[in-house]
Design a protein around this ligand. Structure first.
Ligand SMILES: *Cc1c(COP(=O)(O)O)cnc(C)c1O
Length: 345
């Protein structure tokens, strides 16, 4: 049982014994020279898992998305994306500053998708006045939309529309394996019609660090140049890559447990009459607070040893992960009940 039940994010998960042993015994080399056998194996397995030709290991999901945007576009282009997506909200406008592109944010539907008609209307006619629209970015699962898992048909429909207009599609699949687990479809099928896809090792997969950018071999070759430019070329990085290989074997099949724990948490919160949680499809619980201030509630939870994060106006987020057991959720709910009694609004 954890003394502090940390539900701020699945990024807070810590590597266990098995993963640490795999890291300690990893064969390594200089990855900038392509010499690290563990990284090479990780990239090969990652590409196969998402059904792409090639993959590249990068330090973070933010860098993965930035490199994808940079590699798909030229400075002065315009990308289309959802107004709730991570690239638009949480990546410090790197696409603008570092890739030099303008973002046209379209209203996300509640389930994390985009309206086909909105996308079509946003695509500009070729015109001397207009920026080019080479790229549509999607996100699955959708973090701000409560970890929503976008169905194959939704993914395919949006990709088909983009391709019909000569655009490429990048999928921010930071939690793609959560979507695959929730929908019971292979990750590769969800990503099939997307040209490129990135995913994180450092979230539900429980690794200390790392993400992958996957796509066609020629795209990944060019992406390696951009990674080097951004300072993301690393050396004996087989050590964290070994954690990724370990996670592919041990931590994908268990994601459904996190989803069950999130549903349990949401159901328990709903009973208290103060919070309006989503019905989680994956490992993210987002709850509107009906009474009192958000800061007061996050503080009251913390007093009881339950960590949550503010997540937009009047909303908090809690995320389950591999260090959180069913018993932790039951205990978290007991503590939240005490917080509600202590605050008594
Ligand atoms: C966490 C996250 C990222 C970025 O990952 P970092 O490794 O934290 O930079 C990108 N997209 C989504 C949807 C995420 O949840």
């Amino acid at each position: 049982m954890n003394s502090i039940i940390d539900l701020r994010s699945d990024t807070v998960s810590k590597p266990g014994e098995g993963m640490r042993r795999a890291m300690a015994s990893a064969e390594v080399g200089d990855d900038v020279f392509g010499d690290d056998p563990t990284v090479n194996l990780l990239e090969e397995r990652a590409a196969a898992l998402v059904g792409k030709e090639a993959a590249m290991f990068v330090p973070s999901g933010t860098m993965a998305n930035l490199i994808a945007v940079m590699t798909h576009t030229r400075a002065g282009d315009e990308i289309l994306l959802g107004d709730q997506c991570h690239i638009f909200n949480y990546e410090v406008a790197g696409a603008a500053r570092l890739a030099g592109v303008q973002s046209h944010a379209l209203k996300n539907t509640e389930d994390g998708a985009l309206d086909l008609a909105d996308v079509e209307a946003a695509i500009r006619e070729p015109n001397i006045h207009a920026p080019r629209n080479p790229l549509l970015c999607l996100e699955n699962t959708h973090n701000r939309c409560g970890g929503a898992a976008l169905e194959v048909s939704t993914m395919d429909g949006l990709a088909e529309l983009a391709h019909r207009h000569g655009m490429q599609v990048h999928l921010d699949g930071a939690r793609l394996f959560n979507a695959a687990a929730a929908l019971e479809v292979p990750a590769a099928r969800l990503a099939r019609e997307c040209d490129t896809v990135s995913f994180c090792l450092s979230k539900g997969l429980g690794c200390p660090v790392g993400s992958l950018v996957c796509g066609p071999a020629d795209f990944v070759r060019e992406a390696r140049r951009n990674r080097k430019m951004l300072g993301g070329g690393m050396r004996q990085v087989g050590i964290p890559a070994a954690a990724g290989l370990y996670a592919f074997e041990h931590n994908i099949a268990r994601l459904a447990d996190d989803h069950a724990n999130a549903r349990l948490l949401a159901a328990g919160l709903a009973e208290l009459g103060v919070f309006e949680p989503n019905v989680p499809q994956t490992n993210i619980v987002v709850a509107n607070v009906r009474r009192g201030s958000l800061e007061q509630w996050v503080g009251a939870f913390r007093e009881q040893g339950v960590l949550a994060v503010p997540f937009g106006r009047g909303r908090m987020r809690m995320v389950t992960h591999l260090n959180i057991t069913r018993e932790d959720i039951e205990e978290a709910l007991r503590r939240v009940r005490r917080a509600v009694e202590a605050v008594a609004v």
